[in-house]
Design a protein around this ligand. Structure first.
Ligand SMILES: Nc1ncnc2c1ncn2[C@@H]1O[C@H](COP(=O)(O)OP(=O)(O)OP(=O)(O)O)[C@@H](O)[C@H]1O
Ligand SMILES: [Mg+2]
Length: 505
């Protein structure tokens, strides 16, 4: 054999080796690419593993694959698999498994020889004989990915080498898996938090409704009671009106002078017994009074409906905060009216971004808090005004009371969940926590200023719906509850302690 020929053969062998390597690299890069794509698109852990199993099938040609993770009982648990019957099975950490965990991939020529495997073999539909165990890390713990094949000794040293060769890639994949799992976990936690908050909001609303129910029932009962007594009056005067109608009909039927004279006599008697003028006046008054009473009932029911308004109806609600204030005050009226003077100074303000139901909940809580802080009487002042803050148009709402006030140290805890100074049944301590999250979700701010034995002022700052949104002036000026000159609440409380609700609830 000439030297040249030998060189050519050597070169050819080299070319083949390089070609094989290039193909292996291509396979690896393809898997890496598919893996990355899978990681980017998976929305949960199950989907992530389904995609991973798909990628590894092209590399290890397995019949069944599964993941074993450390379990608290010193065993390993199957957490993900292509074969559902294996899910949650517990595996003893035998010698091979611990070797796979600690060092490098392990090939099992015949799994039937392993006691750990024998107890699980009945779960496989296909007769599994060989396996490849590849270590990786997940959830900050060692885990093993297992590939099983029906062919005896399928996973040769070549596969172990391949698994070793892909170790960096698998490691990278598992790191990405961990990162992805953490991201998914965070998303899940956020979703759970949102869910819990949502149910808290609705249970707090239910609690407030319970608290208001007696007062609202009383408010509704009053007009219903006088409408009822008015109805009784009409029922009482009805017979005399009917008898008058009989006289009129008799007169219409009368043809002779005698008949007409007899009817005239009856009419004379009727007028001496009944005063038609006052009866008609009374009925007119009654109708007007009953109409007003029923209007009041309608208003209270509208306020109740507005309060219990579902908060999820649409994303982009616009709200007239003056309406919310009027509705809220109407609901708490019976709680307030006997001991508290209510003043309102509601300016001509634009609509704000937000949800009616949720804003009503915030306001009702502020009003009820104020009422409960003024057990011995006082004044509740509610104002609205439009302002510019850093070039942004905002609506400022102040709810000021002349009640007990809040200690400086307690101001810090005010927006914490379950912070309450009220006895069971009177307060859950969720009102301000929920108010904070509602106002924050609307892009607004809530602030409190207070001085012990002087009073407390809550200030809401709410972004307006949009610069071109219409100005709703239907409910401006002083509301039905009274009027007063209320200045800037903060200036009223010059020395007051204050707390901005700027910590996450
Ligand atoms: N206007 C106020 N004047 C004095 N203290 C207040 C005032 N508003 C709130 N507080 C204090 O803050 C605490 C928390 O108020 P928050 O509205 O969160 O809960 P709550 O009123 O106790 O119960 P609920 O969940 O029924 O609203 C109250 O218990 C009270 O001590
Ligand atoms: Mg409260």
């Amino acid at each position: 054999m000439s030297k040249d020929y030998e060189n050519v053969l050597e070169d050819l062998a080299l070319v083949y080796r390089l070609k094989e390597q290039a193909e292996a690299h291509k396979k690896e890069s393809d898997a890496l690419l598919a893996g990355t794509r899978a990681l980017l698109t998976a929305k949960n852990e199950k989907e992530l593993y389904t995609k991973m199993f798909g990628i590894f099938r092209s590399l290890y040609s397995y019949d069944v694959s599964f993941v074993l993770e450390n379990d608290s009982k010193g065993k390993m648990r199957c957490t993900n698999t292509t074969h559902p019957k294996l899910l949650d099975t517990m595996w003893d950490v035998d010698e091979t498994l611990s070797r796979a965990i600690k060092s490098s991939p392990v090939a099992l020529f015949n799994v039937k020889l392993q006691p750990t495997w024998r107890e699980h073999l009945h779960l496989f539909d296909a007769p599994i004989t060989s396996a490849l165990l590849c270590p990786f890390r997940v959830h900050h713990q060692q885990a093993v990915m297992v590939f099983c094949h029906q062919t005896l000794g399928f996973y040769t040293q070549e596969y172990v080498d391949m698994a070793n060769r892909y170790r960096t890639f698998t490691q990278q994949m598992s790191m990405s898996v961990q990162a992805k799992l953490m991201a998914l976990e965070t998303i899940k936690l956020k979703e759970e938090k949102a869910q819990v908050e949502k149910s808290l909001i609705s249970s707090e609303k239910m609690a407030s409704l319970g608290l208001l129910a007696a007062g609202v029932a009383h408010e509704i009962n009053n007009p219903i009671a006088f409408v009822n007594s008015n109805m009784m009056f009409i029922k009482d005067v009805l017979p005399s009106l009917t008898s008058m109608q009989d006289i009129v009909q008799e007169l219409a039927r009368a043809t002779t002078d005698e008949e007409r004279a007899a009817v005239a006599e009856k009419a004379k008697q009727w007028t001496s017994n009944n005063k038609i003028g006052p009866i008609v006046d009374e009925i007119a008054d009654i109708c007007e009074e009953s109409g007003e009473g029923l209007n009041r009932v309608t208003e209270i029911i509208t306020s109740l409906r507005s309060f219990s308004h579902s908060s999820d109806v649409s994303i982009d609600d616009t709200v007239n905060i003056n309406d919310c204030i009027t509705n809220g005050l109407r609901l708490v009226n019976s709680e307030l009216k006997h001991k508290v003077t209510i003043n309102t100074d509601l300016a001509d303000i634009p609509l704000i971004k937000g949800k009616t139901g949720k804003l009503n909940q915030v306001l009702v809580n502020l009003f009820v808090n104020a009422a409960q802080a003024m057990d011995n009487g006082g004044t509740l002042t509610v104002t609205t005004q439009c302002n510019y803050l850093d070039d942004n148009e905002v609506v400022i709402v102040t709810v000021q009371d002349t009640g007990s006030g809040i200690e400086k140290d307690d101001l810090e805890k005010l927006f914490d969940p379950f912070y309450t100074t009220k006895p069971t049944g009177k307060g859950t301590g969720l009102g301000l926590y929920i108010s904070f999250s509602i106002i924050e979700s609307m892009g607004g701010k809530i602030k409190v200023d207070s001085e012990v034995n002087v009073g407390t002022t809550f200030t809401l700052q709410l972004p307006v719906a949009s610069s071109d949104s219409e100005t709703d002036d239907s409910e401006t000026g002083d509301s039905e509850t009274g009027d007063s000159e209320t200045g800037d609440s903060e200036s009223d409380n010059g020395n007051a302690d204050s707390a901005n609700a700027n910590k996450a609830p």
